[in-house]
Write a protein of this length. Structure first.
Ligand code: F6R
Length: 262
């Protein structure tokens, strides 16, 4: 895992935006895996800016990680709505190629359909991930099989508490979601994870330095050969080998610089 520790959240977000725009420039018909949540709002603002500055998303295909069970795409708290609001309506992407699990049909069917779509259009070139405070990726909550495919998962108490702020009324908050599985996520060529703030510090430590375990689903990323985790200083504060990661990244930067110079 390549670990990039930035001083600020803004710097970390900028870094991740750079990885995504570089990917699209290198391959305009890239298949991207996308995430939702508070962390991604500023990042999607940066991608909107990249589009205003001339980057085209016209040939890009996207797959979102998850959707709440029971919410139609026009529901303001659905992730389909979130994606249109924060990104898709502001760029030149073809929304017929922006896939999100269907929260309105039977979850078995929605999950099977989604795996078929990924097989037909994939593999995913670059998968963007956020990180839950409990170590979830997508909505793969603790206890998720590290070999899981897309399926319905019950949301944990931690996740319900963290996401309640987005729902006016507790009674309307779904208690499960269709999520790409950990195996589905790990079949992407490249994974880029963004985690910001002190509230994520414990999960960041468990993901990077803990044992690979269903207790911390993000720890499965230790087994993937091509992961970049970008965190800010607050999220990195509990890392035991922080100085080493920073040293490694300085060497990486030097390598990239000399490759650019040659
Ligand atoms: C949502 C998703 C989740 C979030 C995670 C962090 O599509 O995949 O795993 O990335 O819950 O959410 P925030 O950014 O709101 O802290």
């Amino acid at each position: 895992m390549r670990i990039i520790i930035c001083d600020t959240a803004a710097e970390a977000t900028e870094k991740v935006a750079g990885f995504i725009t570089d990917q699209i420039r290198a391959r305009p018909d890239s298949v991207l895996g996308l995430a939702t949540g508070g962390t991604m709002e500023r990042l999607y603002g940066r991608l909107q800016q990249a589009h205003r500055d001339g980057l085209s998303f016209a040939d890009v295909t996207t797959f979102n990680l998850d959707e709440y069970v029971g919410l139609p795409a026009d529901h303001p708290q659905s992730y389909a709505y979130y994606m249109r609001h924060f990104l898709f309506d502001h760029i030149d992407i073809d929304q017929d190629r922006c896939f999100i699990p269907d929260g309105t049909i039977h979850p078995f069917q929605a999950a099977a359909d989604y795996e078929t779509l990924i097989a037909d259009h994939g593999p995913i070139d670059l998968q963007l991930l956020g990180l839950g405070r409990n170590g979830h990726i997508g909505f793969n909550e603790p206890s998720s099989s590290l070999n899981s495919l897309t399926r319905e998962k019950a949301l944990s108490q931690d996740t319900l508490a963290a996401n309640r702020q987005y729902f006016d009324d507790d009674a309307n908050m779904p208690n499960s979601a269709i999520t790409m599985g950990i195996k589905t996520i790990c079949s992407a060529h490249q994974i880029v994870l963004l985690a910001l703030g002190a509230g994520k510090a414990q999960a960041v430590k468990r993901m990077m330095e803990g044992p690979v375990s269903t207790f911390c689903p993000a720890s499965a990323l230790q087994m993937h050969p091509n992961v970049i985790a970008v965190v800010d200083a607050d999220a990195a504060q509990l890392l035991e080998l922080k100085d080493h990661y920073m040293h490694e990244e300085r060497i990486q930067q030097m390598r990239e610089h000399s490759a650019g110079v040659v």
